[in-house]
Design a protein around this ligand. Structure first.
Ligand code: EPZ
Length: 417
């Protein structure tokens, strides 16, 4: 298991290129199950563990995946299976997205139900209800969900806007001849990217980015070429690292509008955030002003940036509040930050952070991907040496993070233990 050894306190300076979005690439790769033709997908963060697991899921179902740099070609290989293997699903919850395309094409699918994870219970009831609204029958067997009965186009209404359920139902609807309407859909940019991919394949998807999505599906979908959008969470993490270390960093290959909620809060806290065409420059001097924040579905403040934001606020000149409204248990990083001298009290869905003048290095441990990102922000800003364990969590979502950080002047190295 790898660790990062970080000697903090160096202001980061320079340029960093942001990778393609993990959470957009995942459903787009899975949507290739909707066609027997080849698909070319560019700007895929292929070094990430979750993306590599997605390749294995596709291969287990019957596709062939060729990777060259950030370009991925998914080919038809053999007849597709209509079940996903448990050993892969348990490693990556997003594997459940294979249900939509496979059920829609073949009228039957068997997928293991993913368990909870460090940040919450994460049920899939909204996905299942959506499939039932389109006529699926649900059976449980040995921890697996079996969906049978051919789907028919229709109207789906989510009780709350789940990102994964929206993607799953959009993919299902794309292969159904006729019109499906998804009401109370999630509005994240990753959903718009998937909508573009499905439309190029031959379905017609309108309304993505809003809360009602209309999909006019087609029985046969074709292979296409597509470029994945930039990763807005990696973008936000580097913005916070730049500010927390009192540096000046230019982020390249980004979409500023997609991190608007973060930019607004960072400016309120005293950072200078300048947006340009495909780039953002962040600079900061001194400690931030405390600013309250509550996470919310897009276009609100992303839950995936709550932990790195907390790391920055732990250095604020006063007390701030952080409310987590999306996941029920996403404050595991608070205790680890506490080991570095942060003063954070968590009660229910709210963290109260009493800023301190400085954090100090300590041995700490990542509990999940974005908690890991928070520890990087804190360690890079702290005085002294920090050792971050369980780096494999960070490797799920940040491509070559130590190399990108070193190029900005950070003193970080990966050690094998
Ligand atoms: C996506 O997860 C992202 N993952 C998450 O990123 C992100 O945190 C989340 O959206 C919210 O933005 C991917 O895109 C692969 P949801 P997803 O369904 O689709 C509840 C990261 O760090 N819910 O919108 O699983 C759920 O428990 C990851 O990159 C139900 O109750 O999120 C949660 O509280 C972590 N029933 C809330 O809704 C359901 O059937 C939002 O979940 C589905 C969800």
């Amino acid at each position: 298991m790898d660790r990062f050894i970080i000697d903090g306190g160096t202001p980061l300076r320079g340029d960093v290129r942001i990778s393609g979005s993990k959470n957009a690439a995942l459903p787009i790769l899975i949507a290739t199950l909707l066609t027997d033709e080849s698909c070319v997908i560019e700007n895929v963060p292929t070094r990430l563990r979750d993306i590599r697991l997605t390749f294995r899921v596709l291969e287990a179902i019957g596709k062939r995946v060729d990777v060259s740099g950030s370009r991925v070609v998914v080919h038809a290989n053999k007849p597709l299976k209509t079940r996903a293997p448990y050993d892969l699903v348990k490693q990556m919850r997003a594997s459940v997205l294979v249900a939509g395309p496979l059920l829609s094409r073949f009228g039957w699918v068997r997928v293991p139900i993913p368990g909870g994870c460090a940040i919450g219970l994460r049920p899939i009831d909204i996905h299942i209800q959506g499939f039932q609204d389109l006529g699926a029958r649900r059976v449980l067997d040995q921890g697996d969900l079996i969906l049978d009965s051919p789907l028919r186009p229709g109207r789906v209404r989510f009780k709350s806007p789940s990102v994964g359920a929206t993607e799953n139902l959009m993919m299902a609807a794309a292969a159904l001849e006729g019109t499906t309407t998804i009401v109370n859909a999630a509005r994240e940019p990753e959903i718009e990217d998937l909508a573009g991919f499905l439309t190029d394949m031959g379905a017609k998807v309108t309304g993505a980015g809003g809360s009602t999505i209309v999909v006019r599906g087609a029985r046969r979908l074709k292979g296409v070429s597509h470029r994945v959008i930039p990763d807005r969470i990696e973008t936000g993490t580097f913005m916070l690292v730049a500010a927390a270390t009192g540096g000046r960093v230019r982020l390249l290959g980004v979409e500023p509008a997609q991190v608007h909620a973060l930019s607004v809060k960072m400016r309120a806290a005293g950072a200078v955030v300048r947006e340009g065409q495909g780039q953002i420059v962040v600079s900061m001097k001194g400690r931030p002003v405390p600013v309250a924040m509550a996470t919310a579905p897009y276009p609100g403040f992303p839950t995936d940036l709550q932990a790195p934001w907390m790391a920055w606020m732990s250095l604020a000149q006063g007390r701030s509040r952080i409310k987590e409204t999306v996941f029920e248990n996403r404050f595991m990083h608070a205790a680890e930050l506490g080991r570095m001298g942060a003063r954070i009290a968590v009660s229910g869905d709210t963290g109260v952070v009493q800023g301190v003048p400085a954090l100090s290095g300590a041995p700490i441990m990542a509990s999940d991907l974005r908690a890991g990102a928070a520890l990087l922000v804190a360690a890079l800003a702290a005085h002294g040496r920090t050792s971050v364990a369980r780096v494999y969590h960070i490797d799920r979502g940040y491509e070559r993070v130590e190399i990108k950080l070193r190029a900005l002047g950070a003193r970080i190295k990966r050690v094998k233990t």
